[in-house]
Design a protein around this ligand. Structure first.
Ligand code: ADP
Length: 323
């Protein structure tokens, strides 16, 4: 029976001896969405992904796909497929045979395997290199082959563990766009682990922020960025100040802080040119406040460390934090 939910985690826990890597997390992932699991190193992202893939046992709780508990099933029977960070291609098999490998394990005949492999290679624009060995491909090409190999099983959910981390920055942005396009075309859920907030914001329909083995906040990318619930999320997403004003902890976006004629007096501590904007850090007593000033505006009246400035913002832009 279809429940309408692709993937659901129910009180999922993973312990390694005394370490709790994932602590009682429950979450329903929206159907056919691009989800990024985001958080600092060691927060439990990969462990969560590996449990969904079936590469790691569940200590407690369950993993539902279409309402069915898949947590006891072997990886190949779950309806999930994983693409690894290092691609894990077989060096002695050509591209076509790498992609069709799992179908060979399933006992499919050669013609069926090759047809499926060609279809997937066309999808990732690698059909013309089907006879090459992995060592004869660039990093970006190997990555596409790994992607085709994961997709050839027609998974309901594709799991990606830091898929862009081995690529140079330029290629990373291009492949990022291709991943997003593929997810849209295939209409399946992509669950993508990353520690990069810019990557998560660029890709995700839903961002799930993890910290210390729990989900700190989950929601649409814009919502998580604009309405961080906690100080951790505000700081981790970046581009926010966390301030104590009238006894309350609040977040204030750095691009909402202006250098003005009147306002909070502060002393410039650091100035960094960032292209579109200039990042100005100024101190008011103990409190350091970050302002992203549009580039042209900054250079109309440039500031240097040690200069006295006034900082201003609209009260309505302050966002109260829960913790
Ligand atoms: P992330 O992917 O967010 O970097 P992980 O899921 O890899 O985090 O790890 C979460 C926690 O579980 C860390 O404290 C890590 O040291 C621990 N951990 C992960 N895998 C193992 C393992 N195989 N044995 C023992 N501890 C592990």
């Amino acid at each position: 029976m279809r429940t309408g939910n692709d993937l659901e985690l129910v009180h999922l826990t993973k312990r390694y001896g005394a370490t709790t890597a994932v602590d009682d997390i429950s979450h329903v992932f929206p159907n056919a969405s691009y989800v990024c699991l985001l958080g600092p190193s060691g927060c439990g992202k990969s462990t969560t992904l590996r449990m969904v893939a079936g590469h790691e046992d569940v200590t407690e709780g369950s993993i539902l796909l279409d309402g069915q508990d898949i947590s006891g099933l072997p990886p190949a029977k779950r309806g999930t497929a994983m693409m690894f960070q290092n691609y894990a291609l077989f060096p002695h098999l050509n591209v076509r045979d790498n992609v069709s490998f799992s179908l060979r394990m399933k006992g499919e005949d050669k013609a069926t395997r090759h047809r499926a492999a060609e279809e997937m290679l066309a999808l990732v624009d690698m059909g013309h290199l089907a006879d090459r060995l992995p060592a004869q491909l660039s990093g970006g090409q190997q990555q596409r082959v790994a992607l085709a190999r994961a997709l050839v099983t027609k998974p309901r959910v594709l799991l990606l563990d830091e898929p862009l981390s081995a690529l140079d920055p330029f290629l990373r942005i291009r492949v990022r766009g291709e991943l997003k396009r593929l997810q849209r075309e295939l209409g399946i859920t992509f669950l993508h682990v990353t520690h990069g907030q810019d990557e998560a914001l660029a890709l995700a329909d839903e961002v799930v922020v993890m910290n210390n083995a729990v989900i700190e906040q989950a929601g649409p990318a814009r919502e998580v960025f604009n309405q961080p619930r906690t100080e951790f999320v505000a700081r981790f997403m970046g581009g926010h100040n966390v301030l104590t004003l009238q006894g309350a902890r609040v977040a204030l976006r750095a691009d909402d802080v202006r250098l003005a004629r009147e306002g909070l007096p502060a002393t410039v501590r650091a100035v960094e040119f960032q292209g579109n904007h200039v990042s100005v850090t100024a101190a008011h007593g103990e409190e350091e406040i970050l302002a992203y000033v549009p580039e042209a505006q900054f250079y109309d009246d440039p500031k240097n460390p040690g200069d006295a400035v006034h900082l201003a913002w609209d009260e309505g832009r302050l966002h109260r934090l829960l913790a």
